[in-house]
Design a protein around this ligand. Sequence first.
Ligand code: PRP
Ligand code: URA
Length: 207
Amino acid sequence: MDVLVVDHPLAQSRLTVMRSAESDSGAFRAALHELTTMVVYEAARSFAIEKFPIATPVAPTQGTRLANPPLIVPVLRAGLGMADAALGLLPESSMGFVGLARDEDTYEPRAYMESLPGDLAGLPVLVLDPMLATGGSLVHCCQLLVDRGCTDVIVCCVLAAPEGIERLRDSGLPLRLITASIDEGLNEKMYIVPGLGDAGDRQFGGM
Ligand code: PRP
Ligand code: URA
């Protein structure tokens, strides 16, 4: 599984805003939006393009567009804060949704929503979730996509724990990962350390 860390000064400054316990939810959401633009920009570097004829005001030439725009799938809730930035860069894309909540005792994901096309054969899928902790949620989501025929899953996140990366790798699913950081690991409550806390709560408040 390919793993890319977006180790760019602008990405790391947005990540710092997200990590700081002093940032309020407005600052957190704004930093997540901007950081997502950078992560998705890197994810799109390998997308196939096609040429087509256009005319400038001066002369005919060749234009370029994405040959196969990906389906964008934010994982609710926390991935919602990445959706608008991703769609802004990929206005030709469609969007599907997966709703998952991690059980506080078992740390396994509980699925509560699924809105995806039935057939994903031939369509790349860009999955958005800021946090890869144990990896349970993203493996669940990616398995749903592969079960629908997807063979090219690109996972965009903000923070990844080594434990989660290993779980994604061990899943054997056809995916690659783009993240702004690989953190130290997980604590006894399966939170990423140093992390940024609960990405859903920090955007939308506690439930
Ligand atoms: C968070 C996060 C991931 C998941 C990561 O969501 O957005 O989906 O935890 O943990 P894991 O890798 O151990 O599965 P959460 O379940 O807290 O729901 P929320 O987005 O509604 O806050
Ligand atoms: N989910 C979060 O929102 N934060 C973590 O650190 C782990 C899982």
